[in-house]
Design a protein around this ligand. Structure first.
Ligand code: PMP
Length: 284
C-alpha cells in the first residue's frame, strides 16, 4: 500500500516525500503534532485538535503553515486522495530547516507534513480485554501541555512496558500519576467518583479527556479533577485511559496487580460508548 502524503503544499507518494536532514524537527525535536481519528469519513473532535494545534504552535512561536480553512480542507483532501474512511490523520509542523544552531532564525518556513493511517478504529479488540500498565518515574520535560514531538521518553517507556509484559506505562511524579505515555489516565473510586488529574503543565490537555469528563458530568457522575497516587489507582474500582486513538480504554492491571476484578468495568464501557456516540454526532 502506498499512501499519498502531504508535504509543504505538495501531494506525493509516500516514498517520494523528503525533508532536509537539517530540519529542526529532526535535529532538535523542534516540532509539534496532532492526531485526529476518522470514522466513516468524518473527523472526530476536529475543533479540539485544531485548537490545540494552534496553541502548541503559538507556545513555540512557530508560524501556522496554512489558514484554518485550508487546514480543514487538507484534512478532507487527504482522506479523498487515500480513499480512507476509518483511521487516523497524523500531522506534524516543525520550525523548518537551517544550518544547525541552538539559536534559530525567526523567518524560517515551517515544514508541514500530513499522512493517514488506515485502521478500523471502531473495532479495537483490546476494549474487551482491557490493557495492563506499569508505573515509571516521570522523565519527560516540564512543558507537557504543548503537544511537542519530544517523544523519546514515552517511546522508551512503551518498550519497557512491553519488556515487562504490559501494554503501557503510567508516569509518576512526586508520588502522583501524571498521565500515561500517550494518553490521559483516570480512575473510578469504589464510591463511584471519576478522578482525573487536574490540568497543568504536568500533562497534555487531552481532547478526549475533556469530552469524557463532560459526558460523565452530564450522566450525573461525581467528577474530581485532582492528582491520584499509584496506590489509589491500584485500589480503584476501575482505571482507564483516554486518547484520540483509543477513545476510552480500560486498564485491568497495574504493576502486575489486578484492578477491581481484573476485567474491564461498566463505567469505562459506558463512557466509551457514549463518547463514540456523542462525538460521532458532532464529527465533521
Ligand atoms: N497524553 C499524552 C502524553 C498524549 O500523547 C496523548 C495523545 N496522544 C494524550 C494524552 C491524549 O490526548 P488526545 O485525547 O487529545 O488524543
Amino acid at each position: 500500500m502506498s499512501r499519498i502524503v502531504y508535504l509543504n503544499g505538495q501531494w506525493l507518494p509516500e516514498t517520494e516525500a523528503r525533508i532536509s536532514v537539517f530540519d529542526r524537527g529532526f535535529v532538535f525535536a523542534d516540532a509539534i503534532y496532532e492526531v485526529t481519528a476518522v470514522i466513516g469519513g468524518k473527523l472526530i473532535d476536529y475543533a479540539g485538535h485544531s485548537g490545540r494545534l494552534k496553541r502548541s504552535l503559538a507556545a513555540l512561536g512557530i508560524q501556522a503553515p496554512v489558514s484554518d480553512d485550508e487546514m480543514l480542507s487538507l484534512h478532507r483532501e487527504i482522506l479523498t486522495r487515500n480513499g480512507m474512511t476509518d483511521g487516523l490523520i497524523y500531522l506534524q509542523v516543525s520550525r523548518g530547516a537551517e544550518d544547525r544552531d541552538f539559536l534559530f532564525s525567526d523567518d524560517l518556513t515551517p515544514t508541514f507534513v500530513m499522512f493517514t493511517q488506515s485502521r478500523p478504529v471502531l473495532a479495537n479488540p483490546k476494549w474487551q480485554t482491557g490493557i495492563s500498565v506499569i508505573t515509571m518515574p516521570e522523565g519527560r520535560w516540564v512543558q507537557r501541555q504543548i503537544k511537542t514531538v519530544q517523544l523519546l521518553y514515552s517511546s522508551l517507556a512503551k518498550m519497557e512496558a512491553r519488556k515487562q509484559g504490559a501494554d503501557d506505562a503510567f508516569f509518576v511524579e512526586d508520588g502522583f500519576i501524571t498521565e500515561a505515555s500517550s494518553s490521559n489516565a483516570h480512575i473510578v473510586t469504589k464510591a463511584g467518583t471519576l478522578v482525573t488529574r487536574d490540568l497543568s503543565n504536568a500533562l497534555l490537555h487531552g481532547i478526549t479527556r475533556g469530552w469524557v469528563l463532560d459526558l460523565a458530568r452530564r450522566a450525573g457522575m461525581a467528577v474530581e479533577e485532582r492528582g491520584f497516587t499509584p496506590a489509589e489507582a491500584k485500589d480503584a474500582a476501575e482505571v482507564f485511559i483516554t486518547s484520540a486513538t483509543n477513545f476510552v480504554m480500560p486498564v485491568v492491571r497495574i504493576d502486575g496487580q489486578p484492578v477491581g476484578a481484573g476485567t474491564p468495568g461498566p463505567v469505562s464501557e459506558t463512557l466509551r460508548k457514549r463518547y463514540i456516540e456523542d462525538r460521532l454526532a458532532s464529527a465533521i
